[in-house]
Ligand binder design. Structure first.
Ligand SMILES: Cc1cc2nc3c(=O)[nH]c(=O)nc-3n(C[C@H](O)[C@H](O)[C@H](O)COP(=O)(O)OP(=O)(O)OC[C@H]3O[C@@H](n4cnc5c(N)ncnc54)[C@H](O)[C@@H]3O)c2cc1C
Ligand code: FES
Length: 252
């Protein structure tokens, strides 16, 4: 984990409320793993005080890209960053995905902004791994396909792809993957992750979930981001023990 101040390379609005922010961060980029995140100081002064967590969406040489949407003050400030602005960033943080050599089919399931960690993951898979990307959102405007491969879409309102949930979409295409050496990687809203966990349990598919929680420190000190262990034996910290967990390990 390092603290690095880097220059904004670009900050592009690429959908109605979604931005692609790329920052020059040589130290963090050299050690980042897919599924890890960074804690970003969105302004140069003391307000807002707390850093905001964002998944590492992609790494290209010394550049790190983040995908974010505006939900409040911090992300509003971030959306105004221009090329050459300097941003202070803490990272890489947390535990990333486990993308072992045994995987033959990677089933990537993303809900809305949950697509953020996957461009980097998809890039580092062995080229022999078949990637199937299932992307869901409330409407067409919520679908983020940046960096995805073999894309299947669903929307709640039917404005793009299958009308239904992303799990309906996965179930509809289940014939494309086999349980042997298939692994699910999912990120999105908690109800979606719960449904993915149940689906993986039922079909006995290895599954990792990238979980979100409101955070403060981002590295295990404030105890502010607990998630229940599935064995009832206390809590993990999402920032330090996650954000990626094996679905069997957490009660969600
Ligand atoms: C490990 C991790 C990775 C994340 N990666 C991304 C990412 O790649 N792209 C992205 O756009 N967002 C991501 N988020 C969520 C992002 O951190 C929040 O959207 C952001 O902190 C909101 O800051 P704000 O100041 O704009 O909003 P605030 O004013 O702080 O909050 C505005 C609203 O958003 C809600 N909110 C704040 N933080 C979170 C949170 N962590 N999860 C859910 N709701 C929240 C608040 O309850 C409130 O309703 C991630 C969160 C975590 C924990
Ligand atoms: S955010 Fe402080 S312990 Fe997780």
């Amino acid at each position: 984990m390092v603290i690095e101040t880097g220059s904004v390379i670009s900050n592009i609005k690429f959908a109605s409320n979604v931005y692609l922010l790329t920052v020059e961060l040589p130290q963090i980029a050299s050690i980042a793993e897919p599924g890890q995140f960074c804690n970003i100081k969105v302004s140069g002064n003391s307000y807002p005080l707390l850093r905001r967590p964002f998944s590492i969406a992609d790494v290209n040489g010394t550049h790190i890209t983040f995908i974010f949407n505006i939900v409040g003050e911090g992300t509003e400030i971030l959306s105004l960053k221009k090329m050459g602005n300097r941003i202070n960033i803490l990272g890489p943080l947390g535990q990333g995905f486990n993308y072992s050599l045994k995987i033959e089919t990677a089933v990537v399931i993303a809900g809305g902004l949950g697509a953020a960690p996957f461009p980097f993951l998809i890039k580092v898979f062995n080229p022999k791994v078949e990637v199937l990307s299932f992307i869901g959102g409330r409407t067409e405007n919520d679908l983020i396909t940046f960096g995805m491969k073999n894309i299947f879409l669903s929307t709640d309102d039917g404005s793009a792809g299958l009308k239904g949930t992303v799990l309906d979409l996965v179930a509809q295409n289940q014939n494309l993957f086999h349980t042997n050496n298939t692994k699910i990687f999912a990120c999105g809203p908690t109800p979606m992750l719960r449904a993915v966990k149940n689906y993986a349990d039922k079909n006995k598919i290895d599954c990792e979930l990238s979980v979100e929680n409101v955070m403060a420190c981002g590295f295990g000190v404030c105890q502010g981001c607990p998630i229940k262990k599935s064995n009832g034996d206390g809590y993990y910290l999402v920032c330090k023990d996650g954000p990626v967990f094996n679905a069997l390990d957490i009660a969600i």
